[in-house]
Design a protein around this ligand. Structure first.
Ligand code: F0G
Length: 357
């Protein structure tokens, strides 16, 4: 490989499918190009005969899929002379926005629900130099305030209501189709603010229209039971779930997600926190893939559907693992066995290992 072929992020790779941005304005941290990992042990464990792949978006530069959208939104903002960006966030958007703003040399303001974002995400926003404002409210309330400020002042909103965010995020569908050589039969995603499922569906449709794939997947979305406005078809005033990333009661892209579900012949359903945590542990302990609880909802959803014979034999099913597990170490420690303690000598260690003669 020569320097000329070096990978430089999604904008350059998928230029023909994205709104135009002059090279000099591109703000990239080489996001995208994430691995599509075939499950090795899970199909057997959950007794299903489908092919399962994980699109591991936790390997983006800030550890979540948000970077695909943020490179577009921040590059566009920079090209228009913006000096500051703002977002409301359950954590990942704030981590990504603050990193891309830092790289662009502009300011970032992030509004987060107090006490309800994973530690890793908070540390990211702080170290990238964002002005972090914790509000005594939830994500939905923070988004209302953020939208108003962006309307009245010279700061660019980089939540997924910014159309450039979805443009960037749709490139994950392109990567999957490019790598498989076809579109999967099913694509499973967590649904929070509902931007990502909207973006993936847009991506698949554009690839289909361009003749790059010959079929379209059915889009299967999952929400947590305590934060399932689309499933229940009503706003949830006080959403709650262990998967704080998707603790959202009034998704901004609600209707677009419903359209993705219906046009694709898919579904949006919910699973319990217990099912989420079980899948979270199962994935890490059987596949070596560590994602955050909100991402593991995809596996919880697959297990639920597979249990009622939903999938045809041999179907190809892609699960997007939206964020890295290291963002939320508290939950990982909570669902795992405690570390063992031993005095500092070899025999004690051997005894614990069960190797003492
Ligand atoms: N998974 C993770 C890890 C997320 O952080 C989010 C959203 C989602 C799934 C849901 O995606 O909102 O497009 O339906 N996080 C946003 C944030 C809300 O502020 O970081 P969506």
């Amino acid at each position: 490989m020569t320097l000329k072929d070096k990978y430089e992020g999604i904008i350059k790779r998928y230029r023909g499918f994205l709104p135009e941005i002059d090279d000099k304005y591109i703000i990239t941290i080489n996001e995208g190009n994430t691995p599509l990992i075939k499950a090795r042990n899970l199909s057997k464990l959950i007794n299903t005969d489908i092919e399962i792949y994980f699109k591991y978006e936790g390997l983006n530069p800030t550890g979540s899929f948000k970077d695909r959208g943020m490179t577009m939104a921040v590059s566009k903002a920079v090209s228009e002379g913006t000096k500051a960006v703002i977002c409301a966030s359950t954590g990942n958007t704030s981590a990504s926005a603050s990193a891309y703003a830092a790289r662009a040399g502009i300011k970032s303001f992030v509004l987060i629900p107090e006490g309800k974002i994973a530690t890793g995400k908070l540390s990211q926003a702080l170290i990238h130099g964002a002005t972090v404002i914790q509000i005594k409210g939830n994500f939905d309330e923070a988004l209302v305030i953020t939208k108003e400020i962006a309307k009245e002042y010279d700061v660019t909103l980089v939540n997924s209501v910014n159309p450039f965010r979805l443009e960037g995020q749709k490139t994950a569908s392109f990567e999957i189709a490019d790598e498989l050589g076809f579109a999967p039969d099913y694509h499973i995603l967590p649904v929070g603010n509902a931007g990502n499922i909207t973006a993936y569906w847009k991506g698949y449709k554009e690839y289909y229209d361009a003749g790059k794939i010959k079929s379209l997947p059915k889009m299967l979305g999952f929400q947590a039971e305590g934060a399932a406005p689309i499933v229940l078809n009503r706003i949830i005033e006080k959403p709650h779930t262990v998967a704080t990333a998707i603790r959202i009661g009034n998704p901004a892209s609600w209707q677009k997600a419903v359209a993705a579900r219906d046009e694709s012949g898919g579904l949006i359903e919910s699973v319990s926190d217990e099912e989420i945590l079980k899948a979270y542990f199962m994935l890490a302990s059987n596949e070596g893939v560590f994602c955050e609880p909100a991402s593991a909802i995809t596996l919880a959803g697959l297990i639920k559907l597979s249990g009622r014979g939903f999938f045809e034999k041999g179907s190809v099913c892609v699960l997007t693992l939206t964020g890295h597990g290291l963002k939320d170490p508290e939950n990982a420690i909570k669902v795992s066995k405690e570390p063992l303690a031993a005095p500092c000598d070899k025999n004690s260690v051997l005894k614990i290992m069960g190797l003492n003669k």
